[in-house]
Design a protein around this ligand. Structure first.
Ligand SMILES: *[C@@H]1O[C@H](CO)[C@@H](O)[C@H](O)[C@H]1NC(C)=O
Ligand SMILES: *[C@@H]1O[C@H](CO)[C@@H](O)[C@H](O)[C@H]1NC(C)=O
Length: 307
């Protein structure tokens, strides 16, 4: 089952990018998402990448000043949102690993651990991208309609609105998408710093005795109809690990397939991609933006109003 949301967006972008390169800010593109608080890239700790919590919905438990050069990679970051309180560890293959170690099979990994503040039904929580501005070079509506049909069949529950005129989104059910899930009684959860350093083993039997493997859990939780009978409750500690093999945040190129590597910068209109999950009613469980120096250049190139 092709349930990887990033692969999907890239497939869509690639298959449709052909006719599109003319590029510029539309009338109502506004200033939403401008990274005013970013320092000059020369001061970024993990240049060319700068990771930032989306302040309005993902509040850091340490003061922003400690993270002036960007959030740390490979270290637990404590945060709280309206529906979740926990810790995240983000790793990027080319920034985190030294030359002596073999590179991992993924390009970006996050490990997230904590507790929900209220029960959230599993067909209500989605993972993926929600943009503030239109994407550039999107397909003709007729093509999009066909693409949506195909994906609705392949990945039930996917929200594939990359051509939305104001707020494009590509979202798939969170519980059916994450690479590995652990559900533990409080106090029994694994040490996050430790599990983030390797591939986490699935352990979600506390949710359902059918969840003997990650594949079994994904197959139930990627479909809204079957996911709706389960919820993320407030009594357990959840540990999610997600490994992304497609998106290279160091270059902002997506590795679609061997030999097929696509630059996403021309499509994003200066917007930074993010790691995050959002409920159907618009509340973010977490959201961390991953800026790249090239994204920032694109932003500046396209909008002289911010100079
Ligand atoms: C955060 O919320 C404030 C107040 O509602 C709003 O003015 C601001 O634009 C928001 N920031 C972002 C990045 O959405
Ligand atoms: C990701 O991008 C960096 C910087 O361009 C590059 O060195 C690296 O080889 C890329 N990784 C992959 C797997 O393509």
């Amino acid at each position: 089952m092709a349930s990887h949301y990033l692969r999907i967006i890239v497939v869509v972008l690639v298959s449709l990018a052909a006719g599109s390169t003319k590029h510029g800010f539309g009338e109502d593109s506004g200033l939403v998402g401008l990274p005013f608080s970013l320092l000059s890239p020369t001061e970024w700790t993990h240049r060319p990448v700068f990771i930032q919590a989306e302040g309005n919905n993902t509040r850091l438990l340490k003061s922003d000043n400690e993270f002036r050069g960007g959030l740390p990679l490979d270290e637990p970051i404590a945060f709280e949102s309206d529906i979740f309180k926990g810790v995240i560890v983000i790793r990027l293959a080319h920034t985190t690993f030294d030359d002596n170690k073999p590179l991992p099979t993924w390009q970006c990994q996050f490990t997230l651990q904590g507790q929900f503040k209220e029960p959230i039904r599993m067909d209500e929580l989605y993972m993926g991208e929600a943009y503030d501005r239109p994407l550039v070079g999107m397909p003709h509506p007729i093509v999009m309609k066909a693409v949506r049909k195909v994906f609705a069949f392949l990945v039930p529950g996917i929200q594939l609105d990359v051509d939305h005129p104001k707020h494009p989104r590509v979202l798939a059910l969170y519980g059916g998408t994450v690479t590995a899930l652990r559900v533990d009684k409080p106090g029994k959860e694994p040490n996050i710093a430790q599990v983030s350093r390797s591939d986490m083993a699935e352990s979600s039997l506390l949710l359902s005795d059918k969840f003997t493997t990650a594949k079994a859990r994904k197959s139930t939780l990627s479909r809204p109809r079957t996911a709706s009978s389960l919820e993320f409750d407030t009594t357990h500690v959840y540990t999610f690990q997600h490994q992304d093999t497609v998106m290279n945040y160091t270059s902002y190129y997506a590795n679609l397939a061997p030999g097929l590597i696509v630059d996403l910068i021309p499509h994003l209109d200066g917007q930074a991609m993010s790691l995050g999950a959002i409920t159907n009613d618009g509340r973010w469980m977490f959201r961390f933006r991953i800026w790249n120096e090239r994204t920032l250049l694109e932003w500046r190139k396209n909008d002289r109003r911010c100079e």
